[in-house]
Design a protein around this ligand. Sequence first.
Ligand SMILES: [Zn+2]
Ligand SMILES: [Zn+2]
Length: 193
Amino acid sequence: MDNNSVLILISVVALFLVLMLGMFGFLIYRLLKHQNQNNLSLSLPAEVDKSKLHPDVLERIKTVEKFRIKKTDLFCPVHPDEPGETNCAICDKLYCKTCIRPFKSLYFCKEHLPLVMRNDWEEVVTIKTSTIDPEHGVRLFDIKKVLLERDNLPTYVETHYKINLEQDHIETYLVLFGIKENLVTLKEKLEKI
Ligand SMILES: [Zn+2]
Ligand SMILES: [Zn+2]
C-alpha cells in the first residue's frame, strides 16, 4: 500500500467517525428536547393545529383539560395566596374564609350572597338520592352548572333528610332552588336538558 492509499483510507475513516458523532449528537439532542417537552407541559405542542384534529380527539383533550387541577382552582380567586376553604353554593368556586359567608344552611360568595338575600327562592325540582344510586345527584349538579353558565340562571342545591320510620332508614333529597321569577323558565329548561 502506498502513502496515498493510506492517506485516503485515514480520511475516509475520519469522515465516517465525524458523521457518526454528528448523528449521535443529533439523537441525544432530540431525546433531551423530547424529555424537556414532556416535563414542561402536558398540553398540546403549539405547532399542532387543533382544527385539523378528529372531533373525538378534541373531545378527549377537552375532558383532560377540564380535570387537570390548576393552582388557581385551589386558591381563592380574590386572594391568590389564600387557600380556598368553601365553595359558593351558586357558582361552586372555592373561596377563602374572608370571601365566603354562611346563609341559611349554605355558603355564598360576595357576589352571590346579595342575590340570594334580595330574591325569593323557590323549589324547582326535588330528587331522591341514595348511596346505592348516586348518579341522580351527580346529574343534578351537572344541570345546575349548565343553567348558570349557559343560561345565566343561578340556582343552589339544598340537601334534605327524611327518616323513613317504616323502613328504618334515612332518605336523602336534593332540592334545586331558583329565583321565583325564573321558575317557569327554569322548569322549561329542565325538561329540555
Ligand atoms: Zn358565587
Ligand atoms: Zn378570598
